[in-house]
Ligand binder design. Sequence first.
Ligand SMILES: Nc1ncnc2c1ncn2[C@@H]1O[C@H](COP(=O)(O)OP(=O)(O)OP(=O)(O)O)[C@@H](O)[C@H]1O
Ligand SMILES: CCCCCCCCCCCCC/C=C/[C@@H](O)[C@H](CO)NC(=O)CCCCC
Ligand SMILES: [Ca+2]
Length: 467
Amino acid sequence: MAKLHAFTVYYVKRGRNHRWRCSDVTFWCVDEHLCNQWTQALKELLEMQKSRPKQLLVYINPYGGKRQGKRIYEQKVAPLFSLASISTDVVITEHANHAKDNLFEVNIYKYDGVVCVGGDGMFSEVMHGLIGRMQKDSGIDQNNPKASLVQCNIRIGIIPAGSTDCICYSTVGISDPVTSALHIIIGDCQPLDVSSVHHNNTFLKYSVSLLGYGFYGDILKDSEKKRWMGPMRYDYSGLKTFLSHHYYEGTIAYQPAKQTHGSPRDKESCRTGCYICKKSEKQLAEQTKEHGLKHEEGEEDWKVIKGKFLAINAVNMSCACPRSPKGLSPAAHLADGSADLILVRKCSRFDFLRYLVRHTNQDDQFDFPFVDVYRVKRFQFTSKLSEDNESNVMDIGKKRFGQFCRDHPACCCNIVNSTWNCDGETLDSSAIEVRVHCQLMKLFARGIEENCKDEAAYSQSRIEQLL
Ligand SMILES: Nc1ncnc2c1ncn2[C@@H]1O[C@H](COP(=O)(O)OP(=O)(O)OP(=O)(O)O)[C@@H](O)[C@H]1O
Ligand SMILES: CCCCCCCCCCCCC/C=C/[C@@H](O)[C@H](CO)NC(=O)CCCCC
Ligand SMILES: [Ca+2]
């Protein structure tokens, strides 16, 4: 028998529900020279793939979600990175803000990307570190709410190991560490809108998923005390908050997003290669070419809404997650430069439950008389309490009689403020000013792919597209 020579090709195979797996095929051949020619040609082809990362900085939160981050990375992700010849510097975080602070100190420019292993909170830390570092290096003051921010071209990869993993689920279609690792390896790139949140010309936070006041703010505040329960804390605090049924009075002012095509009531969702996000990318490039970073937005066309709200949810993306597979705004776009502002007004407990149930099924969440939704580029919120404080008409008696509104004791209208839930972190201020920055950062992802029945059908459609 002649001596056989062989080489193995590792490739990505699509599974069900947006899951990707690594598969391999081994080629055998008797001719050693031919075998070497093949491996050489394949190596050269791989070398030409400039979007694939070679060096990554990895942060692992060992305490996120079910505390499995370190194990998930070591067992499922590191072997794939090493198979793909990616070199890594790994930091296991020792305290909150470790990753964020570290990103201000290290030479980030030597990396092709930063990977976070954890949940939405861990992603938020890495995003704040990277965006903050870019602004610092470019001399841009984050405290100026009107500043045009510098885009961050160092991509972030998310290995989901948290409690909600909403950002991973909404940008990949599944919360699965191996799938996310493969998106990183093949060098996918998904731009992402980021909202900046300010109070009185002071920068508070950035947000990419949910900015929620009322229901989601109260859940978060209560659940933070129960971190030891792990992801279950949200079910416990969710039920408690639902039963308390608190309303909050305040004023919302918003500027509609006129430049984006599409509406929150659209039937189609944002998917891989989304033409609405592509149009926004083109507009952004033209704007930057014309005005550079100096472009200022007009102050025209503010709309004002006063009312009592059970929940105010501003989402930059659908916020799909395993608990809510279509998300809070199923037609929101990842990179169109706008957010969907959802106002849930005072209604009965039963009606609010009907609304919440629609987070989990196929029915239209906005088809209720007490729910309004607007696609916006900027908004401001002031609670009734801070309005009263500002105009110096605060009734001290209200304070003394505890937290319920003295004027309507039976209405559950809360005179204390709720808290803003900003991607799973609480904000210190209730009065905020929010602005969406179109495609401020990039992820190692490609958006959610259209569902295809099987791989053969997918390949066929790709061939047809290419032809
Ligand atoms: N070593 C650490 N010790 C304590 N806290 C940490 C550590 N590293 C990171 N953190 C903080 O833990 C918080 C929560 O982490 P993470 O987002 O990973 O998990 P989660 O809250 O369970 O998930 P999700 O955000 O998806 O709901 C983050 O805000 C992060 O700042
Ligand atoms: C009777 C059935 C009612 C069921 C209602 C289920 C609703 C689930 C909606 C989940 C929406 C998640 C939005 C994303 C928020 C994240 O930025 C944040 C950080 O991870 N998570 C939470 O605040 C955690 C929020 C958890 C809420 C439970
Ligand atoms: Ca958006």
